[in-house]
Ligand binder design. Structure first.
Ligand SMILES: O=C(O)CCC(=O)C(=O)O
Ligand SMILES: [Fe+2]
Length: 305
């Protein structure tokens, strides 16, 4: 058992060469994003495409025991809009097997300067190749806003496309250095998911936050070759545009937590307590809080030996 655990969290020499260098870690700290080397083989990426097609056709390894209140979960009856499926690491073993490659967690651990990395969430994403499809546009937001019941300020996301992904496909675009901005206009609405909010409001919010910080908004589209991925800090503003190519843009957004992250009670000004979907799924800690280290939903991806 000990042997398999230590093997699970070890890297080959080839993999060690794919970790971010000290300069890369410094770049991430300064800019709030990082483009990785080639972490997945072409075969692994092709398997993600095949497994996601089987998922869209209805294949599940298991399904969530209950439907959480704000689950993103596309159904064919929704038609040709952007598809999101939360908890894909839970529902699809073939996809999870690839996403849980220790190298991905090891890269995240270097960037977050953490000894342990656990899965927080994973969303399977599909942008249909329809230029004018409004749901394909992802308005400016940062992920920390959805994670107010988390204690960590250090969480991060890997955006993993299943093919070369550039501007034409509406790749993820980072607002450079925005994770270091001081935030104004923090109100109860920021905890709402971007899909529930007005797009123009979010464009204005970005501009006002930049002005407050005396900086220009510098948008950096992540041009991501097949097998590579981008990482962004949980306070880095990001969004993405339409898919103007003739192929679907396929990806997983792989949200990760550092080992220290825990549930905290977070109240809005109304006194309402903000919940995350996990809160109705995961086991409880000894003191009765949702346990964000429940291995069923939040498995350990990497532990530095
Ligand atoms: O699909 C996109 O372009 C953005 C995804 C996103 O918001 C994220 O990875 O956190
Ligand atoms: Fe996001």
């Amino acid at each position: 058992m000990t042997i398999s655990v230590s093997q699970a969290f070890s890297l080959s020499d080839d993999e060690l060469a794919l970790l971010p260098s000290d300069d890369d870690v410094e770049h991430y700290a300064r800019h709030g994003w990082y483009l990785t080397k080639k972490l997945f083989t072409d075969d692994e990426v092709d398997e993600l495409v095949a497994a996601s097609e089987r998922f869209y056709a209805g294949e599940r390894s298991r399904t969530l025991p209950i439907r959480p209140p704000r689950l993103a979960y596309w159904d064919p009856s929704h038609g040709d809009v952007q598809r999101h499926h939360d908890y894909v690491h839970y529902e699809s073993d073939p996809i999870a097997r690839i996403l849980r490659k220790p190298l991905i967690g090891a890269v995240a651990a270097r960037l977050a300067k953490a000894d342990e990395i656990r899965v927080f969430q994973s969303t399977l994403i599909y942008k249909p190749p329809i230029v004018g499809e409004p749901s394909n546009v992802v308005p400016w937001h940062f992920d920390r806003h959805y994670w107010s019941p988390c204690t960590s300020e250090n969480m991060l996301t890997a955006f993993i496309p299943f093919h070369d992904c550039g501007e034409e496909m509406g790749t993820i675009t980072m607002v450079d250095g925005s994770h270091r901005w001081e935030e104004i206009l923090r109100d109860d609405t920021t905890t709402k998911h971007f899909a529930e909010r007005d797009r123009n409001d979010l464009e204005v919010m970005l501009a006002e936050n930049a002005a407050y910080n005396h900086v220009e908004v510098v948008k950096v589209p992540m041009v991501i070759p097949k097998g590579h991925m981008s990482f962004h800090h949980c306070r880095t503003y990001h969004g993405s545009g339409p898919n103007r190519s003739d192929k679907p843009r396929r990806a997983v957004s792989f949200h990760l937590q550092d080992g220290a992250n825990e549930y905290r009670r977070f109240e809005l000004s109304t006194g309402d307590v903000v919940t995350y979907n996990h809160d109705v799924l995961v086991r409880r800690t000894e003191d009765g809080r949702p346990d964000y280290s429940d291995p069923e939903y939040c498995p350990v991806l990497w532990r530095t030996p």
